[in-house]
Design a protein around this ligand. Structure first.
Ligand SMILES: Cc1cc2nc3c(=O)[nH]c(=O)nc-3n(C[C@H](O)[C@H](O)[C@H](O)COP(=O)(O)OP(=O)(O)OC[C@H]3O[C@@H](n4cnc5c(N)ncnc54)[C@H](O)[C@@H]3O)c2cc1C
Ligand code: FES
Ligand code: FES
Length: 473
């Protein structure tokens, strides 16, 4: 792709095995809207904002192992531009002349009453079926309001058991051995909107120079909401999801570098066990469909004060690499957030990666690290307060290094620096925690909103740290 080449006027993708070519269509129209307008009404609209899973479809994408995988995603959040050159399956497309095993199991266990949620559950189960992971987590992003979850869980268990016993190949599993999921570059124009999907960082930077007002989009789990709910018009979108330099996770003994456009589900799978506080927060982050699309760059780039990963990365002293046409620079993440939804990102700049050191403070004999998220419900909810702590202790239980990262308590994700400084050199004892309590109590002045009062948030700031101590003393 060269920036000067005229954009194509056609978007092509495969839907339920048929090639679809669309002309003069808005690239920010959601896939769900397109499906329902085009008669694929098996895919339902519940919330329109990624919360209920009724709109779940499967796309054929690349897994963390670099191989093709079916991925459950929320079609209400995906812009059509992001679907170009992909293969999409809806509940209508998985029958193959007879019901798919996940459909049969739902019928046999009575997993459906009104049926509104059923196609979404089916597609989550379908994707998990080919990953061999039919557990509760594969349906954590699907809500059912009438059946109750027991029959649906039974359906998943039933398929898992027969699948283990039989290992039957079918056209969908065969596809996984032959498909190419690497996305080509794309430039498309339709309805006064342009959608670019470059494959190299230098192309992104060129595009940003040519179109300084363009909007970067990665997984679109934040921006998709604007498209779905607020019908926001984006004249120029630059997708980062095919940019090679942003898509890898590099690991050495000293450092882990995570590309800004790596989906969170890949981070979960690839880095599991390396940073326990990151594992924990990813577990509570949204649900499978969102994590299949959402990226670290998007979570930082959106600069939300309640983004869940910045507190974890602040506590891990992460560095962020930024690039523009004039070069690259790295800054501590702690310097990136400037104010409410304001960041250090300059026009023409893009987040390339996040680096986390694996080294402990010299003299450390024990590192304690954990994250906590308090929301109104367990999974698939945003935080009232999120916290992440890292403490390095020497052989005498003295604190050598302390990081306390919080979200939901200020205009930006933030560290309790004063408390960190007070902790250094102290012993990791109830008395030290008692002293930290009074400082933490006054560390922030959070707001009251629909999710929780300022007073409640202040209490959480203190109590979560105390909980950490109790768990790790
Ligand atoms: C149902 C639902 C549940 C959610 N749950 C959670 C949750 O539990 N915790 C949480 O923290 N968030 C949650 N979110 C919010 C969202 O999923 C995350 O913020 C996610 O990480 C955004 O990543 P993305 O790739 O989808 O970003 P996008 O929507 O593509 O982009 C978000 C913003 O970041 C910018 N951006 C993206 N990549 C870059 C880059 N490389 N460089 C510069 N700017 C960039 C974009 O321009 C845009 O402004 C949820 C969202 C939904 C819909
Ligand atoms: S309609 Fe509810 S998640 Fe898409
Ligand atoms: S069967 Fe009615 S919502 Fe699930």
């Amino acid at each position: 792709m060269t920036v000067n080449q005229p954009p194509a006027t056609q978007l092509t993708f495969t839907l339920n095995h048929k090639t679809i070519c669309l002309k003069d269509i808005s690239p920010s129209m959601t896939l769900l809207e397109y499906l329902r307008q085009s008669g694929y009404t098996g895919t339902k609209e519940g919330c329109g904002d990624g919360d209920c899973g009724a709109c779940t479809v499967a796309i054929l994408g690349t897994g963390a192992d670099g191989k093709p995988h079916y991925q459950a995603v929320n079609s209400c959040l995906i812009p059509l531009g992001a679907i170009a050159d992909r293969e999409v399956l809806t509940a209508e497309g998985i029958t193959n002349g007879q019901l798919h095993p996940v459909q049969t199991a739902m019928v046999q266990t009575g997993g459906s009453q009104c049926g509104y949620c059923t196609p979404g559950f089916i597609m989550s189960l379908f994707a998990a079926y080919y990953d061999g992971k039919l557990d509760d987590l594969c349906i954590e992003g699907n809500l059912c309001r009438c059946t109750g979850y027991l029959p649906i869980r039974r359906a998943a268990q039933m398929v898992a058991e027969t699948q283990l016993a039989q290992q039957v190949a079918d056209p969908f599993s065969e596809k996984l051995t032959t498909a190419t999921t690497r996305l080509p570059d794309l430039s498309y124009s339709g309805r006064d909107q342009q959608f670019y999907r470059p494959t190299h960082l230098n192309q992104v930077l060129d595009l940003l120079q040519q179109y300084p007002d363009a909007t970067l989009v990665a997984g679109a789990t934040d921006l998709g909401l604007e498209m779905s709910w607020h019908r926001q018009h984006y004249p120029i979108l630059i997708s980062l999801e095919a940019v090679e330099e942003l898509k890898s996770i590099a690991q050495t003994e000293a450092v882990v570098e995570i590309g800004a456009a790596v989906p969170l589900s890949h981070i979960e799978a690839t880095l599991h066990g390396i940073f326990p506080s990151l594992d924990e927060m990813l577990h509570w982050f949204a649900a499978r469909q969102v994590r299949n699309r959402a990226t670290l760059g998007g979570n930082i780039g959106t600069a939300s004060p309640i983004g869940d990963l910045p507190p974890v990365l602040l506590a891990l002293d992460a560095e962020i690499k930024l690039a523009s046409a004039t070069g690259e620079r790295s800054i501590p993440l702690a310097h990136f957030f400037k104010g409410y939804r304001q960041t250090e990102l300059q026009p023409g700049e893009v987040i390339v990666s996040v680096k986390i050191s694996r080294s402990l403070t010299p003299g450390t004999t024990r590192r304690l690290a954990q994250s906590y998220k308090i929301g109104k419900r367990g999974t698939d909810d945003i935080s009232i307060v999120a916290a992440s702590f890292v403490i390095d202790l020497d052989s005498e239980n003295r604190i050598l290094h302390a990081r306390l990262g919080y979200g939901g308590v200020a205009a930006t994700p933030i560290r309790a620096v004063q408390v960190e400084e007070m902790l250094i050199g102290q012993y990791w004892t109830p008395e030290t925690i008692q002293a930290a309590r009074s400082l933490l109590r006054e560390a922030f002045t959070p707001l009251t909103d629909l999710r929780g009062s300022a007073e409640y948030r202040k209490l959480l700031v203190v109590n979560l740290f105390e909980k950490f101590f109790v768990e790790f003393q």
